[in-house]
Design a protein around this ligand. Structure first.
Ligand code: ATP
Length: 589
């Protein structure tokens, strides 16, 4: 298959932001792709050559890529740099410079491009830089200008087509599963293996039934099951059929541990490989986990080395570092509180009910001081639940997680359903729960904030539409350090126009590709003529917005933009708050 076919699709994807049109384009591409190549084409559409968790980064620095462009176009490097300053995008620069050399017929195939990209990603050690530049220059010399645009963007990690994984799944369903309505099994498969290429290949080769038979496998991170939230013990019990399991909600970072081939791998909530950062946790599991092949979930929490008491989340974040890992492990040791087992001696456990998984977990762990099972209890009354909640708070936890003990309470990978319900202290006061929102834009600061941002435009996530509608402007809660840090953090995501997946009626000074997630609190959710969350749902011509938003100081680096608070969650909070307001008014009236 010619790479030109892919490049043409990229171009059309770039020119549209209408979701159905995007899906149609992708479906057309997948239809034209030989089955044996589908896996690679899917990765390339994601701007990658392997699933994220594999840790294969093409990520060539722009400076090196610019050198390859100069070489391929036979111009001085300075010419590339000055064109880059003018255009701000090396892909367009490559296109322009190669076009100046005159048109050529391309014979680049997808396979060739893919293997060159692999070579670029794998080159390591002495001479790696030269190898990478040579490999890219060779590709570019044979590429048409349009192909060069996308090759350069792919190697520098800036493909940014505006298509999310959800749209790719839709297109696959369209071509191989008889329509988008049949996306659900594909989604489940993706949620349990985190490898879109693998799902596509399985589907193309074995049809939808092969996809339905897919199981979790140690080595492939599973998208985490998430919890809904409720404010009172009564509501929770009513929702869970009168009885449930309650577990401490530890305030740390979620970690998914995989054991295979004698190794332990740790994945973060957003499925990044964080094994290197927690050598102490790896050791705890090497000795304390019985099954030779396993997938286990735990909350990793910082503990006080002197007293063994739990420490706040912020301290744990200091363990997220590239250097000085051993020293940090000494200073801030961690403990693991295990709460689920997705794979064990019994094989895939995700379809088994909670109580069965909990028993398997108990068999799988040899507890020690720093490797423990989440404290839990079965309760059948609001009083018992309340008492357990108070005990959790007293023991340094954030609250509790209430879990369904129904026979069909399976592990729902990637879903925020009602089988798990969280209950935190904040819900009982006026304060709403915190929200995790994605930065999509910024407004320049004035006065004291000159030179940095005055406020950020933040958005929620709408999984149905795979879009990011804006929810508020956040200007408070930022420390002086944050104000220095923010432009640095956000710069890699700066783009010149509204990203295709962002829904905004506001025009900030700077736009960002959705990437950075911040934790925000606010006073209440109100109707808004400008913000686009749940647009038209409560009232025509209005969306929802957060009043008096404030940054809590927590960067949710453990969340992908698609893990941000969803439109439905916000809608639910709005509805509940309004329900309360109506009840108060009625009782007062
Ligand atoms: P939050 O911001 O409230 O932590 P979240 O969006 O990260 O929420 P939720 O699904 O809403 O995720 O809350 C569940 C989180 O609580 C899990 O991701 C996990 O990190 C943590 N947790 C702590 N203790 C437990 C437990 N016993 N069982 C499940 N999750 C737990």
């Amino acid at each position: 298959m010619e790479y030109a076919r892919l490049a043409r699709t990229y171009q059309r994807l770039e020119e549209t932001s209408a979701r159905l049109k995007l899906i149609e384009e992708l479906a057309g591409l997948f239809r034209d792709t030989p089955k044996a190549l589908l896996r690679k084409v899917v990765y390339l559409c994601q701007g990658k050559i392997a699933p994220d968790f594999a840790g294969v980064e093409i990520g060539l620095a722009e400076k090196l890529a610019a050198r390859a462009v100069a070489e391929a176009a036979a111009v001085a490097e300075e010419k590339v740099q000055s064109a880059l300053r003018r255009r701000g995008d090396l892909g367009s620069v490559a296109e322009e410079l190669l076009a100046e050399r005159g048109a050529r017929r391309s014979h680049l195939t997808v396979e060739e491009v893919f293997s060159h990209l692999e070579a670029i990603a794998q080159a390591a050690g002495k001479g790696a830089q030269t190898q990478k530049i040579t490999a890219l220059a060779e590709l570019l010399r044979r590429a048409t200008p349009l192909e060069a645009r996308y090759l350069v963007r792919t190697v520098t990690g800036k493909l940014r087509l505006g298509v999310g994984d959800a749209s790719i799944l839709d297109a696959l369903a369209e071509v191989y599963a008889g329509g988008r309505a049949n996306r659900v099994p594909l989604e489940r498969a993706y949620n349990i293996c985190s490898d879109l290429g693998l799902v596509a290949e399985t589907l193309a080769r074995g049809g939808i039934s092969a996809v339905e038979r897919m199981e979790v496998r140690p080595g492939n991170p599973v998208r985490p099951m998430l919890a809904q939230r409720l404010g009172t013990a009564e509501e929770i019990l009513a929702k869970l059929g009168g009885r449930c399991a309650v577990e401490y909600k530890y305030d740390g970072e979620r970690v998914q541990a995989h054991r295979l081939d004698g190794r332990i791998l740790l994945f973060s909530r957003r499925l990044e490989n964080i094994t290197e950062q927690f050598p102490d946790a790896v050791e705890l599991l090497q000795t304390g986990l019985r099954p030779k092949r396993a997938i286990l979930e735990a909350e990793i929490v910082a503990v006080d080395p002197d007293t063994g008491e739990l420490r706040p989340f912020q301290e744990l974040m200091q363990r997220r570092r590239k250097y000085g890992i051993e020293e940090a492990a000494q200073r801030i040791p961690v403990g693991l509180f295990c709460f689920d087992l997705l794979y064990g001696e019994e094989g895939d456990l995700t379809r088994r009910p909670y109580l069965e998984r909990r028993r398997a977990l108990e068999r799988a762990i040899k507890p020690s001081e720093r490797l423990q099972l989440a404290t839990w209890k079965l309760v059948a009354s609001a009083e018992e639940l309340e008492a357990f909640f108070e005990q959790a708070i007293a023991d340094g936890c954030e609250g509790v997680l209430c879990k369904s003990v129904a026979e069909d309470a399976a592990y729902q990978a990637g879903a925020r359903g009602w089988l798990w319900i969280k209950h935190k202290r904040e819900y009982r006061t006026e304060l709403q729960d915190t929200l995790d929102l994605v930065v999509v834009g910024a407004f320049y600061g004035r006065g004291r904030r000159r030179g940095t941002y005055g406020a950020l435009l933040v958005a929620a996530y709408d999984p149905e539409a795979d879009r990011f509608p804006t929810f508020c402007k956040v200007g408070s809660g930022f420390s002086d350090e944050d104000l220095v840090e923010l432009p640095r953090r956000l710069r890699p995501y700066e783009v010149s126009r509204r990203p295709a997946r962002v829904d905004s009626r506001m025009e900030p000074d700077v736009w960002f590709e959705p990437a950075v997630v911040l934790e925000v609190v606010g006073a209440e959710i109100t109707l808004s003529p400008v913000h686009t969350v749940a647009w038209g749902r409560a009232r025509e011509g209005a969306g929802l917005a957060l009043r008096f938003p404030r940054f809590t100081g927590r960067y949710r680096d453990d969340k992908r933009p698609e893990d941000a608070t969803t439109v439905d969650e916000i809608w639910e909070m709005y509805r509940r708050a309004r329900g309360r307001a109506v009840r108060v008014a009625e009782s007062e009236g």
